[in-house]
Design a protein around this ligand. Structure first.
Ligand code: URA
Length: 220
């Protein structure tokens, strides 16, 4: 699909879902937060749900966590406009409570549609909710982050949520290191040689990424 087509399809999706009232969150939201960035981004980053600032502005990651995310993206040479940023939930849970299972189940189709249209090479799942959803696992983020998984012919790289790094400085270094891993992955051409020792869900053939900087598979 070419760039124009992707933009048109994303716009169409936006107009189709922006007034969603399938769950309770539609009653308390100020704005629906679709996501933002480039329709033909090679990297997509997926967070949890809009917070207060996002709900007011209708844009993802515009608060403190967003500032950190901009800085981390900058550290690997990317602007926010060159990637696509979205969330598992499109509406703010009141008081920033955790998403409920039924809310995730209702909303996840929208994220899947976005992924299908944008077709990114790499999806960075930020935090537990997007990681568990996209890797189809209930394992915790600590055991998954910083590794690379292949799923549906694209790379999923779980990382800590930027907000978690703001609250726990020990996670900040880990997050910075994980962004460098993302850069290495892109620079190396995305070597997809996989070893099958980390199958989270054999049906989905989730595999770990074996680092091999000398081999270029020309995927990027
Ligand atoms: N945290 C998220 O997970 N998403 C946002 O958009 C903002 C904060």
């Amino acid at each position: 699909m070419d760039e124009l087509n992707k933009r048109e399809r994303l716009k169409e999706l936006y107009f189709k879902i922006k007034d969603c009232d399938k769950c309770e969150l539609s009653k308390s939201r100020t704005k629906f937060v679709f996501g933002s960035g480039s329709a033909c981004a090679e990297i997509m980053l997926v967070g949890e749900a809009p917070g207060k600032n996002e709900d007011l502005q209708g844009l993802p990651f515009v608060g403190q966590a967003g500032k950190l995310l901009d800085e981390l993206l900058g550290s690997i040479g990317y602007k926010r406009s060159e990637v696509f940023i979205a969330n598992v939930l499109k509406c703010r849970p009141p008081g920033n409570r955790d998403p409920k299972v039924d809310e995730v189940n209702i909303c996840k189709g929208y994220l899947m549609e976005q992924i299908k249209i944008i077709d990114p090479k790499i999806i960075c799942t930020m935090g537990r909710y997007s990681t568990q959803l996209l890797l189809n696992t209930d394992r915790g983020i600590n055991g998954l982050r910083g590794r690379v998984y292949k799923m549906d012919n694209r790379i999923i790289m779980p990382i800590n949520h930027p907000a978690a790094a703001l609250y726990a400085p020990s996670r900040m270094d880990i997050l910075r290191q994980d962004f460098q891993k993302i850069k290495n992955l892109i620079d190396s051409g995305g070597d997809l040689s996989c070893v099958n020792n980390e199958a989270l869900n054999p049906e989905n053939e989730v595999k770990t990424y074996k680092e091999n900087k000398n081999e270029q598979l020309g995927l990027f």
